[in-house]
Ligand binder design. Structure first.
Ligand code: ATP
Ligand code: MG
Length: 369
């Protein structure tokens, strides 16, 4: 891996940046993958050594960028930090802006924009198969140091995924980023994103790297890889020993949310989410006709975070308060997560449809509050 992480964008200038006004709307920073998804649907079984007609579509994607786009479309103020080839920076900035995201993209001169070719084939008796061919491209250089202190000073929350953690940058930089967030009072959520990468690198390495993060969004495979367990309740119990909040997503079976430990032995969670009694509840999925499940998890994360911060100011703390308040807030978050995921899977593509023109303030409490 070439050692080139350029210094992060400078967000420190400008009177609007400092000091943080606790009455500003919540501001979420997402950093990580941004991709071009090339979706290939052959009109007939692919023939080698000759032509097969196909429909070929290019859509903006990338797990982290998709979460940012869903958050923006839900009205949350969101900044996205990532890297593309410089030839594609403006196109990706525009796509993010269309979803209501403020982009901070660094342009790479040599590496291409990350690209995934998704070949969608209808296999007889096997429904639809999706073959994914991935070139990480510029995403390989996305580094925790791309997230500047200036941006962390104005942020309320930071979200990133395991894809970025496992793309080759030093693990210690991620732990340092979580520390930097903590020093700025910024809460942190992580989607482990890949059970395969956890298996490759080891659960202990992942858990050590993300030490200090507040919220974990594993799916079932990732939770199994992280805990070595298979029972959903036991996995949530195990993970809440390290994370203040765990939202285990279970595909069509919805999600299981936990906060606080049953053992009482877990660390006093730094974010203040240490309810007197452990919180555990399940939410159902929203039943829809799935057309394209790509990005369901990314959309769930966005809906969850938008719901969690709904009605709070930047200066408030979404994970503090009484057990009942926290349980309420987490419930709103999980329901919003499931609704956003359902919206994503009943439409083709991993990002929200349409252009967001309204803006930010959805999270701001009602003046009467
Ligand atoms: N078929 C479905 N119908 C309705 N909702 C669904 C369906 N599949 C997933 N969801 C919703 O999406 C959420 C996330 O799905 P899942 O657990 O599959 O995440 P994931 O494996 O991380 O997905 P991804 O492949 O996008 O990373 C679920 O908690 C559920 O609310
Ligand atoms: Mg996922």
């Amino acid at each position: 891996m070439p050692d080139v992480p350029a210094p992060g964008p400078d967000f420190t200038g400008g009177a609007d940046v400092l000091p943080t006004d606790p009455h500003l709307p919540v501001r979420v920073v997402v950093f990580g993958d941004v991709f071009d998804d090339i979706i290939v649907t052959p009109s007939a079984p692919i023939r080698s050594d000759t032509d097969t007609l196909a429909s070929i579509e290019r859509r903006p994607g990338g797990s982290a960028a998709n979460t940012a786009a869903w958050l923006g479309s839900l009205g949350t103020q969101v900044d996205f930090v990532g890297r593309t080839n410089m030839a594609d920076t403006v196109r990706h900035e525009n796509a993010l802006r269309n979803s209501g995201v403020t982009p901070h993209l660094l342009g790479e001169s040599i590496l291409p924009t990350g690209t995934i070719v998704v070949i969608v084939e209808s296999a007889e008796h096997a429904g639809t198969t999706r073959t994914m061919l991935t070139e990480r491209g510029a995403n390989a250089f996305t580094s925790p140091t791309d997230v500047s202190d200036g941006l962390l000073r104005v942020a309320t929350h930071l979200h990133f995924t395991g894809y970025t953690i496992f793309s080759g940058q030093p693990h210690a930089d991620f732990t340092r980023l979580i520390d930097r967030a903590q020093q700025n009072g910024v809460t942190v959520s992580i989607d482990p994103a890949s059970a395969g990468f956890i298996a490759d690198h080891g659960a202990a390495t992942f858990l050590e790297t993300v030490h200090g993060a507040d919220i974990l969004f594993p799916n079932r495979d990732e939770a199994m890889a992280l805990t070595g367990l298979t029972d959903n309740d036991e996995m949530v119990d195990a993970l809440t020993e390290q994370f203040a909040v765990v939202a285990l997503t279970l595909g069509r079976s919805g999600a299981l949310v936990g906060a606080g430990t049953r053992s009482g032995a877990g660390r006093a969670v730094r974010s203040g989410a240490s309810p007197e009694h452990p919180i555990r509840f399940a939410v159902d999925c929203v039943p829809v006709e799935p057309r394209d499940t790509t990005g369901a998890g990314d959309a769930f994360n966005a809906g969850f975070l938008a719901g969690l911060f709904e009605g709070t100011f930047a200066g408030g703390h979404a994970l503090s308060g009484s057990t009942a308040e926290l349980a309420d807030r987490l419930h709103t978050a999980a329901v919003r997560g499931a609704a956003t995921a359902a919206h994503a899977i009943e439409n083709v593509g991993a990002r929200p449809l349409g252009v967001v023109t309204h803006h930010h303030g959805v999270n701001v409490p009602h003046p009467a509050e």
